[in-house]
Design a protein around this ligand. Sequence first.
Ligand SMILES: Cc1ncc(COP(=O)(O)O)c(C=O)c1O
Length: 450
Amino acid sequence: MNRQSYEKPTILKHQAALANKFGRSPGARALERIDGQKVTDLARQFGSPLFVFSEHRVRRAYREAYRAFSQRYPKVQFAWSYKTNYLDAICRIFHEEGSWAEVVSEHELNMAKRLGIPDSHILFNGPHKPLEALESALLAGTHVHVDHFEELYACERIAKKAGRVLGVTLRVNMDVGIYPRWDRFGFNLDNGEAMDAARRIASGGHLRLDGLHSHIGTYITDPTAYGRMAGKLSELALAVRRETGMVVKSLDVGGGFASRATLHAQYTPGTDATPPIDDYAEAISRAILGAGFAAGELPTLFLETGRALIDDAGFLITSVVGSKRLADGSRALIIDAGVNVLFTSYWYRHDVLPAEDRGGMLEDTVVYGPLCMNIDVVRPSVMLPPLEVGDLLVVRPVGAYNVTQSMQFIRLRPAVVLIGEDGQIDVIRRAEELDDLKNAESLPERLAAR
Ligand SMILES: Cc1ncc(COP(=O)(O)O)c(C=O)c1O
């Protein structure tokens, strides 16, 4: 008979008030399967930690958003925000669904082109577009979203040199009641700067104002803010039309719709608190349709929705590698995935769910990652049942920004698999090896080992 190992007893306060009406805390639920695939099988086959994406959820979120907007507005075009998740397979799914690409750097631009996206279906944002990239994008017909006056002058010089009149979009920022204001990007509308930029385009003779763009922030839970933004953008377009004769062909309302993740400070979980996509669609469509555009001059509505379309489709499987009592007696679990791959832990209260329901009393637990850094906290407090080394947990939703913002700080980045709609599982990014990290380095001859 195996002798049980001694464990020092701890006195726990029973937190009955946290139980729901069925007598258990929501933290007790196990997440045994993702799209029908057993979490334990996925970890056995592909290792831990492991990012898992559900193709079904990506397509469902896109279709739902497209339906919400296209039912209300006649000319809608989504452009997938590459920075939110630029794994080729994920971008490809969005493109298959009809999405264009929204990029903010040369490497994102090149990723879209490598996936076969035509230049005219790429929106190029960002405060820094190196001259060479700006020139080739403009000449190729990419939708360039101009961020500041120096960039506007550079576009004029490029057009002049080419002897062509080139179309541009102006990025505009404004006060719509969302604070802090995202006023670092684009031309300010409220102080007249955006109109001045439009006047400059009209009088310069080298450029044409094709579009107006605004991105008011991210995880915005107030759809009425989008109504105000779309209304102000429409007014600007109409003012430009009146004053300069230029017809603004597109209004781009950026991204920023809240996903169903929960912020740390949020009381109600995101699954309940986040407005349905229809509310955003209603506010935006109503504002543009009611703005007074002439028949035949209704602009195309561009959307660069990121997190709201992908967050729910991403999961991270991770293993318990150790447990301990901290000095104050509270329970801590160490897992094999840290904030280097779960960047959103800083602002999201992710679900951390056991992969198997073994019962046992729930206890408030702090969940740490494996980085030897005090900042590596995945959840400062979550109710979890007893767990042992090797037990699996699933962290969700993690589809937005974690893969693109992950880094090889202390640990290399894990594999990513995609579960197809037919249940087929493909590795869409293999786990990194040391060479992936070291290949770009070189050791000077004088320091090489002799
Ligand atoms: C210009 C632009 N468009 C789209 C997005 C996507 O935003 P979100 O993921 O909040 O929808 C961002 C993100 O910050 C952005 O800067």
